[in-house]
Design a protein around this ligand. Structure first.
Ligand code: UT7
Length: 335
């Protein structure tokens, strides 16, 4: 059986920096609260005037990943795109990447697993490669929250957290024992409503009724999060799924060189770091600069950690995520 290995990484974040002070001019919030509760100092918001979308950001990250992989775009066999903020309700962004990068008419699949989206995407790609079906797969995680947030005080519990950006990797067939050792995926739909964006959705109401109502108090188009409940579940599930990944490979916490947690909240990352007794150099965080970019957070952080020389050949890299669904997952990688 083959293994799959990351051979190229890239990231893109919009130029537009939005600080906590900028947010306090839009809603009743402040820098102190945001930093203390989340660790976030600033985030990037895409600019409509520049035509930025989830796809355009994903494409920019993907171009860098392909170039660094040292392959031609025509060697890409498949596209996997994770996002909760697609440009269109349908089709999903994978097909737009195929077109924008002028890749052959290879398959393109869209992953809808929110904060765990990149781990799910990586798992899908890894298993296609392990099965021998494809050799090089472009895996993208991109998110554009800022166009869809409630930027009034009503939405402050969620809007101060999220940011925009994209990350991408090229996953390629490897015939040695390095690469993705395993991925572990979970879901618990019982808590779907605890972190949710209900509209537009066919299970909710007739779309024509929503349009006809034109109700300014209709919040179904804005994301909702029961923050404390999500937080409590996150710390438990992150720990569980990291341990599951390590145990399934007969590894232990002391084998971890780099843990890249989904950047949900700095306090969650710090809790896990303390629980696993990891030092600062073993955990990568950049939520301070980008906020929570859901499916994009892990590939952005992975790319930055690699660019900063914090990941070396042979290192054990652990990726872990938790979010809406609830869904959670981990990936254990021998770099
Ligand atoms: O990425 C996917 C998974 N997501 C997560 O893992 C996120 C998990 N949850 C969290 O990160 C945290 O729960 C939040 C950062 C969302 C919220 O922090 P918290 O410490 O749980 O605050 P809270 O929701 O309990 O709110 C505490 C207080 C409330 O006021 P009262 O009722 O105590 O008077 C809120 O109204 O803070 C108030 N508040 C704010 N104040 C200033 C809520 N949002 C804000 C805000 N600025 N932006």
């Amino acid at each position: 059986m083959y293994t799959s290995k990351i051979i190229g990484l890239g990231k893109y974040v919009p130029d537009n920096v939005v600080t906590n002070d900028d947010l306090s001019k839009m809603m009743d919030t402040n820098d102190e609260w945001i930093q203390e509760r989340t660790g976030i100092k600033e985030r990037r918001w895409a600019e409509k005037s520049k035509g930025e979308t989830t796809t355009t950001m994903g494409v920019k990250a993907a171009k860098i990943a392909i170039e660094r992989a040292g392959i031609d775009k025509d060697e890409i066999d498949f596209i996997v795109f994770a996002t909760l903020s697609p440009d269109y309700y349908f089709p999903g962004p994978g097909v737009f990447v195929q077109e924008a990068l002028d890749i052959k008419t290879v398959g393109a699949i869209d992953i809808r697993n929110q904060c765990s989206g990149f781990i799910y995407a990586l798992s899908v790609a890894d298993n296609f490669i392990k099965a021998g079906m494809y050799k090089n797969i472009l895996v993208i995680g991109a998110e554009l929250h800022s166009y869809g947030l409630d930027k009034t005080t009503r939405g402050r519990g969620i809007s101060v957290i999220f940011g925009d950006g994209a990350g991408a990797v090229v996953l390629s067939r490897s015939e040695n024992d390095k690469g993705i050792l395993s991925t572990h995926l979970h879901s618990q739909g019982k808590y779907a409503d605890e972190l949710v964006l209900k509209a537009p959705g066919m299970g909710n109401r007739w779309v024509s009724d929503i349009v006809a109502d034109n109700d300014p108090d209709d919040v179904s188009y804005y994301p909702y999060m029961n923050g404390q409940f999500v937080f409590k579940n996150a710390v438990v599930r992150f720990s569980e799924v990291i341990n599951e990944g390590l145990h399934s490979n007969n590894l232990s916490v002391s084998d971890i060189n780099m843990l890249i947690p989904h950047q949900a909240n700095l306090r969650i990352s710090q809790f896990i770091q303390r629980k696993f007794k990891l030092n600062d150099s073993q955990v990568y965080n950049n939520i301070q600069r980008y906020g929570n970019t859901t499916a994009a957070s892990i590939p952005i952080a992975l790319t930055e950690a690699w660019e900063e020389g914090k990941i070396s050949e042979g290192d054990l890299v652990v990726l872990a995520a938790f979010g809406s669904g609830f869904t959670w997952g981990s990936s254990i990688i021998r770099w």
